[in-house]
Structures are given as structure tokens and as C-alpha cells.
Design a protein around this ligand. Structure first.
Ligand code: FE
Ligand code: FE
Length: 192
């Protein structure tokens, strides 16, 4: 693999616990495979997959502190559920600590938890790889979602959002309005 990526991999490992690192490797290789299948730049997919959770293993208090210090806006839902901040913070670290300047990679990291309407192919690949990587504990419809991932990215995104929203609702977990908007966008696209 690209030497730059191997170096980054060693650095990421230092900031993640073992489970998160294993998940990260799963996302990185799954993103690479999806990129091959959908003709997206493979290195960009590997790097975005590798760095997507680089800010995950930071305490909630510290996440808020770092955001404030660096003028990263925090929404109401993010205050309620600071875990959500790891995506924004991940993009910030990718740029400041891993010297990633590619805006497509940074964007894919930034939107990997909520998605966004009109995602790029790379955004979709990271969002999907995060959900389907081999180490994922059994989720409803995972087999169907995995099959869709290599066939139709938009349909796959729509399916994941539908299942995620149902899950979050059933657990009474506060929803980021962006997730809702993303779902509406992809549902309309599927209905066309
Ligand atoms: Fe994440
Ligand atoms: Fe993840």
C-alpha cells in the first residue's frame, strides 16, 4: 500500500482503542473495495476510511473543549450528544494533524455520521463502509445492505438511513436534523 497511508495508519493506531482500530481497518478496506467497484479513487477512499473515526476516542468534555477552542460550531443536538462531534472533529484533525488538504476526503469524514443531501460518491462510500464493514455486529437487514452497497450506492444509502432512523427512534436517541434531511433527499430520489 501507498507508503503515506501506512505511516498514517501507525499514527491513527496510537489515538484509538483496540476495538476502534479494528473497526477503522474494516472501514478502510471496505471503502477501498467499494471504490474499486464504483470506480472512485482508491487511495482517497482508503485515507478517508482510515481517518473517519480518528477523533472518536476523545472524552465528550474534551470534544466540546477542542471545538470551542478552534471555533468549530456546536449545534444543540451535538451538545446533547457530543459523540456526534467526532465527525467534524475528525475532519479538523485530518487536516491539522494528518495534513490532508483534499476537500473531498475532508468532506467524506465530516459527513460520515449524518450524511448530507447530494453526497459525492466518496461520501457515500465512507458512510456505507462505516455501516457494513466486516466487524459490524449484526444489524437488521445487514446482508441486504451489503449486497446493495456493491450494486447501487443511492439505494444502499436510503436503506441504511431508513433502518438507522427506525433504530434511533426506538431507542429514543436524539436525532441530528441533518440525518432526517439526508433521508428525505434519498427517499425522494428513490421514489422518482
Ligand atoms: Fe464515526
Ligand atoms: Fe466508524
Amino acid at each position: 500500500m501507498n507508503e503515506k497511508i501506512v505511516k498514517m495508519q501507525k499514527k491513527v493506531k496510537k489515538y484509538l482503542d483496540e476495538d476502534r482500530y479494528q473497526h477503522t481497518m474494516g472501514v478502510m478496506y471496505t471503502a477501498g473495495a467499494l471504490a474499486m467497484c464504483h470506480k472512485v479513487n482508491i487511495d482517497k477512499a482508503l485515507i478517508a476510511g482510515l481517518l473517519h473515526d480518528c477523533a472518536k476516542c476523545i472524552s465528550a468534555d474534551k470534544k466540546i473543549k477542542i471545538c470551542k477552542k478552534n471555533n468549530i460550531p456546536i449545534s444543540e443536538v451535538e451538545y446533547e450528544n457530543p459523540g456526534l462531534l467526532h465527525a467534524k472533529l475528525g475532519a479538523f484533525y485530518a487536516e491539522s494533524k494528518y495534513h490532508i488538504t483534499d476537500s473531498e476526503i475532508l468532506c467524506a469524514i465530516r459527513c460520515h455520521t449524518t450524511g448530507r443531501p447530494a453526497m459525492s460518491a466518496l461520501d457515500k462510500i465512507i458512510y456505507i463502509a462505516d455501516y457494513i464493514e466486516p466487524g459490524r455486529a449484526a444489524l437488521p437487514n445487514l446482508e441486504a445492505v451489503r449486497e446493495l452497497a456493491f450494486r447501487d450506492l443511492d439505494a444502499c444509502i436510503c436503506r441504511i438511513l431508513k433502518d438507522s432512523l427506525a433504530y434511533l427512534e426506538s431507542k429514543n436517541i436524539p436525532l441530528d436534523p441533518m440525518t432526517e434531511r439526508t433521508y428525505q433527499y434519498y427517499q425522494e430520489l428513490e421514489d422518482e
